[in-house]
Design a protein around this ligand. Structure first.
Ligand SMILES: [Ca+2]
Ligand SMILES: [Ca+2]
Length: 353
């Protein structure tokens, strides 16, 4: 046997391209030590190396995880080689193997917007969830996903971030035990989110629910009462345990309505107590919409408006309490449900399928 591999700093799995999957590989051998490399240059060129004892399942030597060649695998290898060489290629690329699941069978991922309507200049907040109570994640060591988003809404890379939930089930002390990397291309609307555990300190984790939140500041690009939708979608996902065995995960996508500065300007207060106490479900809705209004509310009218401004007055509501709107007569689309009180108009975005 002979070692014919050349090390390209950052391409840990040696498939010809540097991306989030290489970070997942580094997570597998976190704090592993081996021979120091003679050439510790991390610039993008092939270099010889002294092989380490072990190898990844795909045959790539563990030495490739020591991207900076100092004899230990840690975050410096990511920061000094993977991130600077991100997206660079050598030779023929072997596509990374992701493992997208099938709805109804596999572990689900959810992108849940906190608000369905934001104004230009505000932050879109989208919560990332993994697994459910009935189908939880059993042994998490790392995840990498490729996202697509509407790039024209975003002015700068700093306007797109991901923050781990302080109480995420991924670990009870996430800031110590987890590393998050979000690489974004604001020109092409692509991003890679990778989360790894530091394996030598913490073992795999199991659970379900909230992982963290995407914060995306959308530009004030629209004028007047214009309205648009910011879309974000997970294209590919790879979730692995500490043996790099992957579990299929059902991907998800999400959309948030973005309104211009004069759009429903009187309703900008969507955070009042009353706005929070009004419950609308299901959303998206199919045949009916259920509205729960608190008893203290003094609602004068309720109306549905579509995005071209056509208004439908609803007369069958009661003051306070619960009532149901039959939606069969409404074409599919985005609607604004407005509840008018003597002092405010509360508007909620409703999607009718
Ligand atoms: Ca690679
Ligand atoms: Ca190193």
């Amino acid at each position: 046997m002979g070692f014919c591999q050349t090390l390209w700093p950052g391409d840990v799995n040696n498939n010809g391209i540097v991306n989030g999957v290489d970070i997942l590989y580094i997570g597998q051998v976190w704090h592993l030590e081996g021979p120091v490399r003679a050439n510790q240059n991390t610039s993008w060129q092939g270099t010889n190396y002294t092989p380490w004892e072990g190898a990844f399942a795909n045959g790539a030597n563990h030495a490739l995880a020591d991207c900076n060649g100092n004899g230990e695998v840690d975050e410096d290898d990511i920061e000094q080689a993977v991130l600077p060489n991100w997206g660079l290629t050598h030779g023929d690329i072997t596509d990374d193997i992701y493992n997208n699941g099938v709805e109804g069978e596999d572990i689900v991922m959810r992108l849940e917007p906190v608000d369905e309507l934001v104004y230009g200049g505000d932050a879109v907040e989208i919560v990332l969830e993994l697994g459910t109570e009935t189908n939880p994640v059993s042994d998490f060591n790392g995840i990498s996903m490729k996202l697509n988003f509407d790039a024209e809404f975003i002015a700068d890379v700093v306007d797109f971030d991901f923050v781990l939930d302080e109480n995420t089930w991924l670990d009870d002390n996430p800031t110590d035990s987890l590393k998050v990397y979000l690489e974004k291309n604001i020109d092409t609307g692509e991003a890679d989110l990778t989360i790894i555990k530091r394996r030598n300190i913490f073992q795999t984790s199991a659970g379900f629910g909230k992982v963290g939140t995407f914060y995306i500041i959308v530009e004030d690009i629209v004028v007047g009462d214009a309205l648009d939708t910011f879309n974000i979608k997970v294209e590919n996902v790879l979730m692995v345990d500490d043996g790099f065995n992957s579990s299929p995960v059902v991907t998800d996508e999400s959309g948030v309505a973005v309104a211009g500065p004069e759009f429903l300007v009187s309703n900008k207060d969507m955070t009042s107590d009353l706005a929070k106490d009004i419950k609308i479900s299901p959303n998206p809705a199919n045949d009916y919409l259920s509205i729960q209004v608190p008893d203290y509310a003094d609602i004068e009218t309720i109306s549905l408006m579509n995005i071209v401004g056509q208004e439908f007055q609803l007369s069958n509501y009661k003051r306070g309490g619960h009532f149901t709107i039959n939606l069969e007569a409404y074409p599919a689309g985005i609607y604004y449900l407005s509840l008018k009180t003597p002092t405010q108009i509360i508007t909620r975005v409703v999607l009718i399928n």
